[in-house]
Design a binder for this molecule. Structure first.
Ligand code: PGA
Length: 251
């Protein structure tokens, strides 16, 4: 059985005090219910405090990025070990905002993914096509191309420790969620790619999240699809009740 995961990407929002308050509110809202794996990803500055605020809960903490080198002259960067020792067990890698605003390539995301795995972090690796690419009928080619770069050199054992997030760029922060059918089509395609590159058993074990305008009101339809194993949530993860509504849609 593959892991079901709901992850919240807070992006560049929340001071330390605000982040701790939001984490505490999420913990309170979710209460004692049996829930899927929950991961919240605050900015770097709040990782330690949020991890401490959640230490008596099952909620996991993740970073939104990291550098691929261990240490050195990389002003402004944060290493995998720093992320890990801040209390994180997950790290989002290759988010489309990193790709478009900070020029991250598939090769770079591949290097980061390998580093995250070596320290024991679970990478949530993002892929997805833009609107222009979708309209030009290039969705499959784009996703396959991203995969070839991202997964380069990763063994089946390593790929099993990765979470994949399909995030169509046109759905991120736009309110224009993919329909469950559109998302399922791509998730099935991704699982097929994994089966081809590795094997069926490996492909069937990998968690594939959908991301892009997920809310409490549209989550259940997405989660009903066979190949959608959870969500990577942006805007709606900044409100405790909305985020927990998404979590509950999975139960
Ligand atoms: P959104 O963002 O839920 O605000 O569309 C998703 C993401 O960027 O991961």
């Amino acid at each position: 059985m593959r892991r079901k995961i709901i992850a919240g990407n807070w992006k560049m929002n929340k001071t330390i005090v605000e982040a701790v308050a939001l984490a505490a509110a999420i913990k309170r809202e979710v209460g004692q219910i049996e829930h899927p794996v929950m991961v919240i990803c605050p900015p770097f500055t709040a990782l330690t405090e949020v991890s401490m605020a959640l230490k008596d809960s099952e909620i996991q903490v993740g970073a939104q990025n990291m550098h691929q080198e261990d240490s050195g002259a990389f002003t402004g960067e944060v290493s995998a070990e720093m992320v890990l020792t801040s209390g994180c067990s997950y790290v989002i890698l290759g988010h489309s905002e990193r790709r478009t605003l900070f020029s991250e390539t598939d090769q770079l995301v591949n290097a980061k993914t390998r580093k995250a795995l070596t320290v024991g972090l679970t990478p949530i690796v993002c892929v997805g096509e833009s609107l222009t690419q979708r309209q030009a009928g290039q969705m499959e080619t784009v996703i396959e191309g991203q995969f070839n770069g991202l997964l380069d050199g990763l063994s089946a054992e390593e790929i099993r420790r990765i979470v994949i997030a399909y995030e169509p760029v046109w759905a991120i922060g736009t309110g224009q969620v993919a329909t469950p059918e559109q998302a399922e089509e791509v998730h099935r395609f991704i699982r097929g790619l994994l089966a081809r590159q590795y094997d069926e058993a490996t492909a069937s074990e990998i968690t594939i999240l959908y991301g892009g305008s997920v809310k409490g009101s549209n989550a259940a339809g997405l989660f009903a699809k066979e190949n959608i194993d959870g969500a990577l949530v942006g805007g709606a993860s900044l409100k405790a009740d909305e985020f927990v509504a998404i979590v509950k849609a999975m139960i």
